[in-house]
Design a protein around this ligand. Structure first.
Ligand code: SF4
Length: 237
């Protein structure tokens, strides 16, 4: 992108000089600053992936660069026959890396687990989207396990039927961090929606096809909860 910016600037130089002699330098500096910002952002992403702690400044830039290059990645992926889902998985992984590198710890009641309705068994008669405590924890789907985890650690958990309900739930709870369980598409849009709130995304499993009786690796969810919440006994991580 930097090379493309430079080439574009070179092409524009004669025209710009005709308009005003100082314009080529001004536009050149703008292109240079944008390229440097892009470089810093990509540097932040690479450092996070390599395991270096990410300072907030890098995180902010890295995030903006991810969002900038995300549509380009989708476009390039299409040309190279890489599925959109695969690019979304990369987006989620990089985003998770950036969040993890910040070592964020929040009180348990400031952590919120969000997951779509398809986690519930389709034949279950209980309405868990209004209140997950309506679940009878019969063990036939992951909703009961999520409720157990929320009771064990004191975190909030919401089962939502769409983005609007998810936003309402976030407004109501006002969490400091979110653990989202969903498919690639919902995680990608959800993470972008609530930025700069830290979100760890856990992909659901879909043995019955999309949006139907989905499940999730509960051990992974529990690990993520533990990594997010403060150690209550010591009052720190
Ligand atoms: S675990 Fe809860 S939501 Fe799932 S089938 Fe049983 S009662 Fe319904």
């Amino acid at each position: 992108m930097g090379a493309a910016g430079y080439a574009l600037w070179r092409i524009m130089v004669p025209g710009l000089a005709q308009l005003h002699p100082i314009l080529p330098q001004v536009v050149g500096i703008v292109v240079l600053v944008l390229t440097a910002a892009l470089f810093v952002g990509i540097g932040g992403i690479v450092l996070a992936i390599l395991g270096f702690p990410t300072i907030r400044f890098f995180y902010f830039w890295a995030w903006n660069v991810i969002n900038l290059i995300y549509p380009i990645a989708i476009f390039l992926g299409k040309m190279m026959h890489i599925s959109k889902g695969r690019v979304e998985q990369s987006f989620i992984e990089v985003s998770n890396h950036l969040v993890r590198r910040q070592h964020i710890k929040v009180p348990a009641d400031k952590l919120m687990i969000l997951t779509p309705h398809c986690l519930q068994l389709d034949t279950c008669p209980f309405k868990v989207t209004r209140d997950i405590h309506n679940c009878h924890q019969c063990g036939r789907c992951g909703v009961g396990d999520l409720l157990s985890l929320s009771q064990k650690y004191g975190v909030h958990v919401y089962i939502v039927t769409g983005g609007t309900l998810a936003r309402q739930a976030v407004k109501k709870v006002r969490p400091k961090a979110i653990l989202a369980v969903a498919c690639e598409r919902d995680l990608t849009s959800g993470i972008q929606d609530v930025f700069p709130m830290p979100v760890i995304g856990v992909l659901n499993q879909r043995p019955n096809g999309p949006c139907f009786n989905t499940c999730v690796d509960m051990a992974r969810v529990e690990e993520e909860i533990k990594s997010f919440i403060l150690d209550e006994e010591n009052g720190h991580a």
